[in-house]
Design a protein around this ligand. Structure first.
Ligand SMILES: Nc1nc2c(c(=O)[nH]1)N(C=O)[C@@H](CNc1ccc(C(=O)N[C@@H](CCC(=O)O)C(=O)O)cc1)CN2
Ligand SMILES: Nc1ncnc2c1ncn2[C@@H]1O[C@H](COP(=O)(O)OP(=O)(O)OP(=O)(O)O)[C@@H](O)[C@H]1O
Length: 206
């Protein structure tokens, strides 16, 4: 006989939450196939189209953020066809903002944010992502987060490391802005207990 209240040896704990293993499996498969689909869409894009999308997002960020003097803003160094915010980052510093980049310190742990300037020395960090050579850790007021996919509730599909979700748990006062391409829109990513929705989403015009 089935007994729903049976001791839950058939369940899995993720981040202290009980999740049915079949659900966990299905969601992982769904996300993996969607990551592959979305990476392919990025790959098909010409460099020119991506550059236009990056310029478009830079303008949307200016509108969304207003005066950024004295603000500490986490951006990112683009990988895998992400929108390139580096020209915007340089302009933001000229307007008095401080820019930081995410740095993976350890697998499956929150990232740190290290100050970046256009002329700072860089080194290759974890996952082969360039990071500032000198580690000046800061706590951002605003975090601009690249996304592969995003759903109607503003939950984000990222590269699959879970780094931003882990990081945002400890940075609840920071404003989060997810940015990506218009083809990133999805109905749902089947949010799990660890997923944290973005406060704002900006997508480049198609
Ligand atoms: N530009 C940029 N920098 C960033 C991030 C980002 O998304 N973009 N991150 C934001 O988190 C962190 C790096 N996150 C990463 C997460 C996963 C993989 C990765 O290679 N994952 C495996 C598959 C993982 C899985 O599906 O289980 C892979 O693709 O082979 C790489 C980087 C920190 N820096
Ligand atoms: N706060 C957390 N505590 C423990 N595990 C977590 C947490 N957040 C995410 N994870 C784990 O990380 C894995 C990847 O999560 P998810 O699919 O949400 O990645 P993502 O948001 O696309 O990745 P990223 O943020 O690196 O771009 C999942 O297996 C999940 O269990």
């Amino acid at each position: 006989m089935e007994d729903d209240s049976s001791p839950c040896f058939a369940h899995t704990l993720v981040d202290g939450q009980v999740i049915d293993p079949q659900t966990l499996h299905d969601v992982r498969v769904f996300r993996k196939s969607n990551r592959t689909r979305l990476y392919e869409l990025r790959k098909k894009q010409s460099l020119e189209t991506r550059e236009k999308a990056s310029t478009n997002i830079a303008a949307k960020l200016d509108d969304a953020l207003g005066d950024i003097a004295e603000k500490t803003i986490a951006a990112y160094w683009p990988i895998r066809g992400e929108l390139d915010l580096r020209p915007w980052m340089t302009k933001a510093i000229a307007k008095g903002a401080r820019i930081a980049l995410p740095v993976v310190i350890k697998k499956d742990q929150p990232v740190d944010f290290h100050l970046w300037t256009p002329d700072c020395a860089m080194k290759i960090g974890k996952w082969q992502i360039p990071v500032p050579a000198e580690a000046k850790a800061v706590s951002p007021d605003i975090i601009i987060i690249p996304l592969l996919g995003v759903d109607k509730e503003q939950y984000r599909l990222g590269n699959g490391g879970g780094y931003y979700d882990r990081t945002l748990v400890g940075l609840s006062s920071a404003k989060t802005i997810g940015i990506g391409q218009s083809f990133a829109r999805m109905d749902t990513i089947y949010p799990m207990p660890w997923d944290i929705p973005m406060q704002q989403i900006l997508l480049a015009d198609a």
